[in-house]
Design a protein around this ligand. Structure first.
Ligand code: NI
Length: 389
């Protein structure tokens, strides 16, 4: 079963929705316009229930199949938020909001799930209930967690949940996923090093905070190399290092911001412990003091085996067997669909975005050619997972 004809018919319409969302990007939980459009369309499609305000600004739509003997309930999830990036695509539908853009394709994800909702509400050719989930704040705000914490899974009796994200570099019409860890746990740390400020010409009268901090930065690089099992993955990156203002002053404080990425719980625990110990120990060796604020953010995105086998089967029916990679390499990015996968079994799949700039690049754009493939995949997950017979 390739792209469903009826879905191919509304490719232009879904593209227009996508481009409208692209022109009007909104950040984190502040997705009021986007959520209002989503809710209005779901109502217009004839969804049985449309509930905004789940997890602050998330929207849930309920579509009942023409039969409900199976009592099965499957959730499909899209994200709605954009990023604080200045767009440079030059597209005719480029962002109209300075400093904000859809640089991760969540405009495309939202439009594709709306397209699937339109088709499913029109045809209802399944036995059970489809729940369409539109979440805010994927980009660092844990909107997926907010929706789970709001009782979404229990309220609608969601039994399985599926996610989809575009993948630049994978050809349009292809899919990829894997059982187990697909994306990393993404944690954040802040190290504030305090020495003793002094005249640059009299370092012996102070404690050089910059020298201590520079050694902490270097020592942090040895954690993955020397502490972590080489067969387990980990990343420690310091992305900001700020201290001092003058040629001739040793500053009192230096602040570092960084992130830690891991794929298994043991590595996550180990790296947290070693980041704190290293920062404090090195600071102490230089006579300075390091305060470490370590925040666990998104957990590992773990795909469940049974649901992943099912997702691969459906994707192969839609795209062709040779267009679906069932064992992709995990990536060290984070994704807050992980919270939904902690709450219910399910799968996240990549959908090819073609030869575009990478996600979070100012020249990135979602590829509208992927729309019929993504919409058909969503629809067939429901129709295959809950067949009406
Ligand atoms: Ni994204």
């Amino acid at each position: 079963m390739p792209v469903i004809n009826r879905i191919a018919e509304f490719h232009d319409e879904v593209t227009a929705w996508r481009r409208d969302l692209h022109e009007n990007p909104e950040l984190l939980y502040d997705v009021h316009r986007t959520a209002a459009i989503v809710a209005e369309k779901l109502k217009a499609f004839g969804c049985d229930e449309v509930v905004p305000g789940i997890g602050k600004t998330g929207v849930v739509g309920v579509i009942r199949g023409r039969k409900n003997g199976s009592k099965r309930v499957i959730g499909l999830r899209a994200d709605m938020d954009a990023l604080p990036i200045e767009e440079i695509t030059g597209a005719p539908y480029a962002s109209k909001v300075p400093g904000k853009m859809h640089a991760c394709g969540h405009d495309g994800h939202t439009a594709m799930l709306l397209g699937a909702a339109k088709y499913l509400a029109e045809t209802r050719n399944f036995d059970g209930t489809a729940i369409v989930i539109f979440q805010p704040a994927e980009e660092g705000g844990a909107g997926g967690k907010a929706m789970v914490d709001d009782g979404m899974m229990e309220r609608w009796g969601v039994q399985e949940v599926y996610g989809m994200h575009n993948a630049p570099g994978m050809p349009v019409g292809t899919f990829g996923t894997r059982t187990g860890a697909l994306l990393a746990a993404a944690d954040f740390f802040t190290v504030e090093v305090e020495g003793k400020g002094s005249h640059a010409a009299e370092p012996h009268k102070g404690v050089d905070t910059l020298v201590a901090a520079a050694n902490i930065l270097l020592a942090l690089q040895s954690i993955v190399a020397r502490n972590l099992d080489p067969l387990k993955s980990g990343v420690v990156t310091v992305g900001a290092f700020n201290g001092g203002h003058a040629h001739n002053v040793i500053p009192q404080t230096v602040k570092m911001l960084g992130t830690v990425r891991t794929l298994v719980p043991e590595a996550r625990d180990l790296l947290e412990k070693r980041v704190v110990e290293t920062a404090q120990g090195i600071a102490s060796a230089y006579g300075a003091v390091a305060k470490v604020d370590y925040q666990r953010n998104y957990p590992v995105t773990v795909n469940h085996p049974k649901e992943t086998d099912f997702a691969v089967k459906v994707a192969r029916e839609v795209a062709g067997a040779d267009k679906v990679e069932p064992n992709v390499t995990p990536i060290m990015g984070g994704e807050d669909f992980s919270f939904m996968l902690e709450a219910r079994p399910g799968n996240m799949i990549w959908i090819g975005n073609g030869d575009t700039a990478a996600c979070h690049h100012p020249a990135y754009d979602f590829n509208d050619a992927a729309i019929p493939h993504g919409v058909t995949y969503w629809v067939r997950l429901i129709e295959t997972g809950m067949p009406a017979g």
